[in-house]
Design a protein around this ligand. Structure first.
Ligand SMILES: *[C@@H]1O[C@H](CO)[C@@H](O)[C@H](O)[C@H]1NC(C)=O
Ligand SMILES: *[C@@H]1O[C@H](CO)[C@@H](O)[C@H](O)[C@H]1NC(C)=O
Ligand SMILES: *[C@@H]1O[C@H](CO)[C@@H](O)[C@H](O)[C@H]1NC(C)=O
Ligand SMILES: *[C@@H]1O[C@H](CO)[C@@H](O)[C@H](O)[C@H]1NC(C)=O
Length: 530
């Protein structure tokens, strides 16, 4: 049957509408990033040119373009440079889905930043994605106030995150704001979810309670403030209210499972989650409560930053990160003076200190050394306050490995150094993947055998050892399957098996690591990685 004239007309109209969102002739980046594009880099890996054409990029930053060209003489290896050039601008090039202003306040900037191949905004991913561009944040107030500044993008994300936290503070990923006119993305995986407190699917993409989502908001805020000193911004819109929601939510998740009055009564839970699934990591034990915990002074997290369920709910790296950035965000509230609610600064400082104390008291556990001949103390990944501990690390940030990256401690801290050595060994960490291609921490999300480039990046960021850095960087350059982008995970023995072709967070983090090496170890960037 031939389509009627009207059908042809309608199809044409629809095509126009869809096309105008991404630019008239722009390929879908989830397809584009799966194939190789010329010109290839001149090294033996012949890496693809993975940046979209300039007219298809979703945000232009002169500061980032200048950084890219300034790094040409700093990076000697053509494949390593290509990797930097492809990855660093990836969020700006591809993931800034919409920018605009709040319908009820034309001064309030909003920015909807997607993860890449998943068309929704995660609190954690979007904060990390922007975090990569701290080096491009304009310190000059006149420049920072411009609508095309990186600072404006930060403000847009901070404002939208604040709105999200006030809408559904237990949730991890969100739909486009109504102002964008973008349709909410479908999430078939969440169709069977039963979540308390209930949420609105037109606003929320998924509602997994992850403590680090709150920490990510505080971190992003602190980064913006440290680079721009623009405290006034935080007093203008919803930020202070969002910080109060963060504190209230975290406090509600410090409660133990049983009433401490000794009656044995199970306390009503502030959050529960169940899903019909064949993966144990996609739902919670005990009909949505999670495994029982005692009160420790730490905050429970139902899910990890991989979006997999915790085995024991006191996720140590998330508590570290939350304590760290409560401490930094406190300085913003302090700078707001009388505009901030009385007592808020002290409350943030006290909670930050008490969580730190709890991490030290309950998060450091004795384990038999990998050679079986002695007992050493290390940071556990998860604990429950009953003496139970999960000793491992997962690639996603915040991880234990990344504790120095988010500034909780220094890499020379003796407990950290012991923990790091254990986590980077196949004998001490059940999720350390060994292989001929990539030796790195992975996790249950992509499963055994799949090593995560993100963990290799963090290994470099936390290493002072040139040999270790060069070895790990060489593996990264050799493991992109010619595509020149960071994958989520790579089969540790076969670079052509990988997950996620368009994962903007990992891409930005790779660029951030290269900039860090440029400061700390510029001689390494002068080496060949052929
Ligand atoms: C970025 O700049 C290019 C020109 O180089 C332009 O075609 C494109 O529309 C710009 N993108 C945005 C989001 O402004
Ligand atoms: C076993 O490992 C511990 C801790 O790493 C170390 O102190 C000890 O010397 C090792 N013992 C042997 C026999 O290798
Ligand atoms: C690596 O994976 C690819 C894609 O799945 C497959 O075709 C190839 O045979 C694998 N190579 C080895 C050595 O197993
Ligand atoms: C590079 O990767 C290939 C597989 O893609 C692997 O066979 C080879 O051992 C790797 N080389 C190095 C130096 O890591």
């Amino acid at each position: 049957m031939r389509p009627s004239q009207i059908q042809i007309l309608l199809a044409g109209l629809l095509l126009n509408i869809v096309a105008s969102q991404a630019g008239p002739s722009c390929p879908d980046y989830s397809v584009y990033s799966k194939s190789r594009h010329e010109p290839f880099s001149s090294g033996k890996h012949a890496l693809s040119s993975a940046r979209p054409a300039p007219s298809c990029r979703t945000f232009n930053s002169t500061a980032v373009e200048t950084l890219l060209s300034n790094m040409i003489p700093a990076i000697a290896d053509p494949d390593l440079y290509r990797l930097f050039q492809n990855t660093y601008p990836n969020t700006l090039d591809t993931a800034v889905r919409w920018r605009g202003h709040a319908s009820d306040n034309p001064a309030e900037e909003l920015a909807f930043v997607i993860t890449g191949d998943i068309d929704a905004m995660w609190l954690r991913d979007s904060a990390n994605q922007l975090q990569s561009y701290q080096a491009a944040l304009e310190p000059d107030p006149a420049e920072a106030s411009r609508a095309d500044s990186v600072a404006s993008l930060y403000r847009g994300v901070i404002n939208l995150q604040a709105r999200y936290l006030l809408t559904a503070p237990f949730c991890n990923s969100f739909q486009p704001p109504a102002e964008s006119g973008l349709a909410p993305a479908g999430n078939p995986a969440a169709a069977s979810d039963v979540v308390f407190p209930p949420y609105d699917k037109s606003a929320v993409f998924e509602c997994k309670w992850e403590l680090d989502s709150l920490a990510a908001f505080l971190q992003l805020s602190a980064t913006y403030y440290e680079s721009t000193h623009d405290a006034a911004f935080f007093g203008r819109f919803l930020w202070l209210e969002a910080v109060q929601a963060v504190l209230e939510t975290a406090r509600s998740m410090m409660a133990p499972t049983y009433d401490p009055d000794g009656t044995g009564a199970v306390l009503p839970a502030a959050y529960t989650f169940t899903r019909q699934t064949t993966r144990s990591t996609e739902t919670l034990a005990n009909d949505g409560l999670g495994s029982p915990v005692r009160a420790t002074g730490m905050v429970r997290s139902a899910f990890r930053p991989s979006d997999d369920a915790t085995m024991l709910q006191f996720l140590v790296p998330a508590n570290m990160m939350f304590a760290r950035f409560l401490g930094s965000a406190r300085l913003i509230v302090d700078a707001l003076g009388e505009r901030a609610p009385a007592g808020l600064v002290d409350e943030m400082a006290a909670l930050s200190a008490s969580i730190r104390e709890a991490v030290t008291r309950h998060g450091i556990v004795p384990v038999v050394s990998a050679n079986g001949s002695s007992v050493e103390t290390v940071y556990a990944y998860e604990v429950d306050g009953y003496g139970g501990a999960v000793v491992m690390d997962d690639a996603n940030l915040p991880s234990l490995l990344a504790a120095p990256v988010f500034g909780y401690l220094a890499n020379i801290d003796p407990v950290y150094a012991r923990t790091r050595a254990r986590l980077l060994s196949a004998e001490g960490n059940p999720y350390f993947m060994k292989g001929s291609v990539l030796n790195a921490i992975g996790g249950p999300h992509a499963g055994p055998g799949m090593a995560w480039p993100m963990a290799s990046i963090v290994r470099i960021l936390t290493s002072s050892d040139d040999d270790e850095i060069v070895r790990v960087l060489r593996e990264l350059v050799n493991s992109t399957d010619g595509l020149g982008l960071m994958h989520e995970s790579v089969n540790s023995n076969n670079a052509s098996q990988w997950t996620r072709q368009w994962f903007s967070w990992a891409n930005g983090l790779f660029g951030q690591m290269i900039l860090d090496l440029h400061t700390r170890k510029p001689h390494i960037l002068q080496q060949s990685f052929q």
